[in-house]
Design a protein around this ligand. Structure first.
Ligand code: NDP
Ligand SMILES: O=C(O)C1=N[C@H](C(=O)O)C[C@H](O)C1
Length: 266
């Protein structure tokens, strides 16, 4: 059986550590390198927690991809470096699976153009948890009938980006079907800046950050005399791994750009 050769960028991170476990536990995957700027030139086993892994670590993605033959690069880092990793992978003919959030619309357009030029698969997944993907799909269904909606996303307090990638994707999916409306009273005024959250095409997104949380989102719809709440909770990072596996398996068969797992699940 030919193994899928995988590189993981961000192996020391909360998601990166789970992804290393997933790749190690999957029979037809082979971890061929890791990208971590703090451990350039070392082996993965020299990083705390990775005892037996004789896998080279590179600080620089360009050097890594020139020296290592790989099929897929999984990126779980930060938006700036994640964008650089993703573009470089595509230039080297390696398919990216990206969980990193915080990419701009322009970043996504640039990646899509590069994929099309290279005719290479690339999956950008703002949320790998299948329950979260369903929460987004159900919210899109509800938005056809309820045009008043508030998105409340709740995360751990080490998260760098706000709103979350999931909240942005949810708002985009809702906006594709929702009758345009500027919500709230036309004369409403914030007496404290930010009280109404971020405004995405007239709907509001609220970001909660607290220790103890992992990743949660509630989408609340309201209409005359009723509300509808659709909520998803991730209680650990293992919740994301079946989606990472689905993305790795799928990207190997793709020659196009995919933004969101809802586009690849049945
Ligand atoms: N799509 C999804 O389902 C999910 C996506 N995410 C997203 O994934 C990303 C990572 O999240 P999380 O694991 O919680 O974050 P962490 O901060 O725990 O991990 C990020 C890792 O990237 C490392 N890093 C930073 N710069 C570089 C670089 N130049 N080269 C290599 N590694 C680098 C960090 O190292 P150091 O800290 O030393 O700088 C850290 O180890 C975030 O964007 C988050 O929003 C998270 C959960 C689920
Ligand atoms: O940073 C996180 O933790 C998460 N990030 C993703 C996002 O921004 O939506 C996915 C999930 O919510 C966890």
């Amino acid at each position: 059986m030919k193994k899928i050769k995988v590189i993981i960028a961000g192996p020391r991170g909360r998601m990166g550590r789970e992804a290393v476990k997933l790749v190690e536990a999957t029979e037809n995957y082979q971890l061929v390198a890791a990208i971590d700027y703090k451990y350039d030139g070392k082996l993965l086993r020299e990083i705390e927690g990775f005892h037996a892994l004789e896998v080279p670590v590179y600080g620089d993605v360009e050097k890594c991809l020139s020296e290592i033959e790989a099929d897929v690069l999984i990126d779980l880092t930060t938006p700036e470096i994640g964008m650089h990793h993703t573009k470089t992978a595509l230039w080297h003919g390696v398919r990216p699976v990206v969980g990193t959030t915080g990419f701009s619309k322009e970043d996504l357009a640039e990646l899509q153009a590069t994929c099309e030029e290279k005719e290479l698969g690339c999956i950008i997944a703002p949320n790998f948890a299948l329950g979260a993907v369903l929460m987004m799909k159900f919210s899109q269904m509800a938005a056809k009938y309820f045009k008043d909606v508030e998105i409340i996303e709740l995360h751990h307090d080490q998260k760098l980006d706000a709103p979350s990638g999931t909240a942005v994707k949810t708002a985009e999916m809702i906006s594709a079907v929702r009758e345009q409306k500027n919500q709230g009273h036309p004369n409403e005024k914030e007496t404290m800046q930010g009280a109404r959250g971020a405004n995405f095409e007239g709907m509001h997104i609220h970001s909660v950050r607290l220790p103890g949380l992992i990743a949660h989102q509630q989408v609340m719809f309201g209409s005359d005399g009723q509300t509808l709440s659709i909520r998803h909770d991730s209680y650990n990072r293992a919740s994301f791994m079946s989606g990472v596996k689905l993305a790795v398996d799928t990207v190997m068969k793709l020659d196009t750009f995919v933004y969101g797992l809802e586009n690849i699940i049945e």
